[in-house]
Write a protein that binds this ligand. Structure first.
Ligand code: ADP
Ligand code: MG
Length: 374
């Protein structure tokens, strides 16, 4: 990262897009130094930066208020604006001379639905700033900055997967991420060639990331790793899992370990199948991932379980909750011809349950963050 931006302020807008994501498999494994397999949505956030004015301001097409500050440093702004101005504050704190500018964001990722509207927002802003200010950020620097915005500025204890995939996704591929080394490798994920579709059901049951529940799971996993004497639960293998579980007195921690260790194993098995072009073969792994998120990790809610059950009844090859949990979205892997009947069955189930009508849409793997014409 250069300490000083080398270009004179210009008034033309600079624009960048960054995607939201679906996590195909690997839930709550990222902060355990484990494995995840997300892919980028075609949906995302577009950030537009204009170097102008006297101060630093943020607007969002998804928010009514305009936020303007006279210093480029942490200040008391509404929650959403900390995601937008946070990158500026961190850059300034690291010695970058951030000129007065305006940032406008516009996203079509549903907010708070577990599809990572937050990483799409932060990564679009960072990509646009990098270009507008000629910062020359390396891939590692952009990643570290985007993670620091959510973890340190916003205060959400998320594990880093969302930013990694938003920045590095490759079109047509899922992104295998080793969350210890932060190395990524694209894995072909050609749904169309397999005659399949991936249906996302947004249950619209609210999900709360910054909430205590997510932090509690994270702290529980860290506590389990400490008791087991390993740096992270990544270091417990599937072969060792029962011995590890026996080494813990606390039933809650035993369940967390069982989920994380077996989930890492399922991610690796999914990568193997997709690498062989066997998209249909991953269905049972997706379904197998859902049960421990519900029973061991206890991060599901009735709407999510009902959507998974309805998708499986409708002929899905696999279905699971996706995202941090406590509401949000479910994915179902379906034969293309089975999508419409599946949506009907899920909708009927929600009506019977007296819940809000869910929304359903198909997704395919899109590209990661990039500058777009303004
Ligand atoms: P998720 O990332 O799964 O959508 P989070 O709770 O992590 O859920 O992030 C949602 C929050 O991110 C919103 O409440 C809002 O503060 C912020 N956010 C995301 N996209 C936008 C946007 N386009 N405009 C303003 N704020 C946004
Ligand atoms: Mg988020």
């Amino acid at each position: 990262m250069t300490a000083q931006n080398s270009r004179q302020p210009v008034s033309e807008p600079t624009r960048a897009f960054a995607p939201g994501r679906v996590n195909l498999i690997g839930e709550h494994t990222d902060y355990n130094d484990g494995f995840v397999l997300p892919f980028a949505l075609g949906l995302g956030c577009t950030a537009t930066v204009v170097l102008a004015g006297e101060g630093w301001s943020a607007t969002s097409a998804q928010q009514d208020d305009e936020v303007a500050t006279t210093t480029c440093a942490p200040s008391d702004v509404p929650g959403w604006a900390t995601y937008v101005l946070g990158p500026l504050w961190l850059l300034a704190d690291r010695g970058v001379d951030v000129p007065p500018l305006r940032i406008h964001v516009d996203s079509n990722v549903p907010l708070g639905a577990g599809l990572s509207s937050s990483a799409a927002l932060v990564c679009s802003v960072i990509t646009a700033l990098d270009e507008a200010l000629s910062l020359g950020l390396s891939a590692d620097e952009s990643l570290a900055l985007s993670r620091a915005v959510e973890n340190d500025v916003v205060g959400a204890p998320t594990g880093g997967m969302d930013q990694l995939v938003s920045l590095r996704a490759v079109e047509g591929h899922a992104l295998f991420c080793d969350m210890r080394s932060l190395e990524t490798s694209p894995v072909p994920f050609d749904l169309e060639a397999a005659g399949l579709a991936l249906l996302v059901i947004d249950t619209r049951a609210p999900h709360r990331h910054v909430d205590g529940e997510y932090a509690e799971r994270r702290a529980g996993c860290e506590e389990a790793a400490r008791v087991l004497g390993v740096p992270a639960l990544r270091d417990v293998t599937a072969d060792d899992v029962e011995a590890a579980v026996e080494g813990l007195d606390d039933d809650r921690l035993q369940r967390y370990v069982r989920h994380v260790v077996t989930e890492n194993d399922r991610v690796l098995a999914t990568v193997d199948l997709l690498s062989e072009g066997d998209v249909a073969g991953i269905g049972p792994l997706l379904t197998a991932s859902h049960a421990p998120t519900r029973d061991d990790f206890a991060i599901s809610v009735p709407e999510v379980d009902a959507a998974v059950e309805a998708l499986l009844e409708a002929g899905a090859l696999g279905a699971r909750m996706t995202g941090g949990g406590f509401g949000g979205c479910v994915i179902g892997l379906l034969p293309t011809a089975g999508v419409e009947p599946a949506v009907d069955i899920v909708t009927r189930r929600f009506r019977d349950g007296g819940w809000q009508e869910p929304t359903g849409f198909l997704v395919t793997p899109g590209p990661g963050a990039h500058v777009v014409p303004a």
